[in-house]
Design a protein around this ligand. Structure first.
Ligand SMILES: Nc1ncnc2c1ncn2[C@@H]1O[C@H](COP(=O)(O)OP(=O)(O)OP(=O)(O)O)[C@@H](O)[C@H]1O
Length: 311
């Protein structure tokens, strides 16, 4: 397998898996990162995301996680469509080979783009959905590791999907792929070790990042490494009106006081329904609009209930 990773696939080109022979038509590149390139592709009129990487070992560990999550979901609901669709090698016309996998295409935008487009009042609901996603992963024994704004895609009605499973780490192991600003170790708040608290800490930083990325970045430049602390982060959070209802929650998450992500999600849900921070007039379909005629708090709880049913 080659280690160089300089290739492009133009729109309309068709790639064929070496071993299984499935064909995919390339539409466009969705993203490019350290571990590979992700393309929007089509097969039998269905859209998928195809990720090709240079390093078979890295890609294999993402594949293992996705397989284990699919298994877990199918055990809960046997009719669930798998997220991981195909695994094969890509044979390029010039003879180079790249490992790839094909997954469900998430029709979403990044978390910050979603809130900019739909309005900041979606934050409590999207945050809740993200916590539920994390707890699903944790219950399979994995920590996401590299939780950050760019790795969370949000689709219609605040549905959340995590992308880039390259940082996923089994509980108890050292986290290898992380982004400093979201990292518990960087803020002198605990070990760089995979557990539910590691992701919840990153989630808390992500909340601040969403509300005030500028001051968060400034803070990292101002502080000496030994002075980085959760208290500094909480001081920043306190300045954000949107985060005030969540101050206690953020403090618990940063101090590792939640037993797991499910407990953290339940606590978030209680806060949202109690404080009425849930948005009250979203662009929702007619059947859901009726629910929003109720008070914001009740409507919020109703949406959460709906999402619980679907999850
Ligand atoms: N299933 C998907 N559906 C839609 N878009 C996706 C999907 N998977 C990945 N993407 C897009 O492709 C981008 C790059 O994917 P990914 O983060 O997995 O690559 P990477 O090489 O591991 O990147 P990084 O260097 O950030 O680790 C994502 O930010 C996202 O925009």
């Amino acid at each position: 397998m080659t280690t160089s990773f300089k290739f492009t696939l133009g729109r309309g080109s068709v790639v064929t898996g070496k071993w299984k022979g499935k064909q995919y038509r390339i539409e466009r590149m969705l993203g490019e990162g350290a571990n590979g390139k992700v393309f929007l592709v089509q097969r039998d009129k269905v859209w998928y995301a195809l990720k090709a990487g240079a390093d078979a070992v890295d890609l294999q560990s993402e594949i293992n996680v996705l397989q284990s999550l699919d298994l877990q979901r199918r055990m809960k609901r046997p009719d669930t469509e798998p997220f991981l669709v195909d695994v094969d090698d890509l044979l390029m016309p010039d003879g180079q080979e790249f490992p790839f996998y094909v997954m469900r295409y998430v029709r979403g935008v990044t978390l910050s783009d979603y809130l900019a487009r739909e309005g900041p009042e979606w934050f409590p609901l999207v945050g809740y959905n993200l916590l539920r996603k994390l707890s699903e992963l944790h219950e399979a024994g994995w920590s996401f590791g590299d939780l950050k704004v760019e790795n969370v895609l949000v689709a219609e009605y605040g549905r959340v999907e995590l992308v880039d499973y390259g940082g996923v780490t089994g509980f108890g192991k050292g986290v290898r792929q992380f982004t400093e600003i979201y990292d518990r170790g960087y803020w002198n708040a605990g070990k760089r070790m995979a557990d539910s608290g590691y992701d919840l800490f990153s989630f808390a930083v992500l909340c601040i990042q969403l509300q005030d990325s500028k001051r968060l970045l400034q803070l990292t430049h101002q502080l000496l490494p030994q002075n980085r602390s959760p208290e500094e982060l909480l001081r920043l959070a306190q300045l954000q009106p949107a985060l005030r209802p969540f101050m206690g929650w953020l403090s618990d998450a940063m101090a590792g006081r939640f037993a797991n992500a499910r407990e953290a999600a339940a606590s978030w849900q209680r806060l949202v329904s109690r404080s009425g921070t849930m948005k009250s007039s979203p662009p929702v379909p007619g059947w859901m609009k009726g629910l929003f005629m109720l008070s914001a708090g009740v409507a919020g709880a109703a949406i959460i209930w709906l999402l619980w049913l679907e999850w």
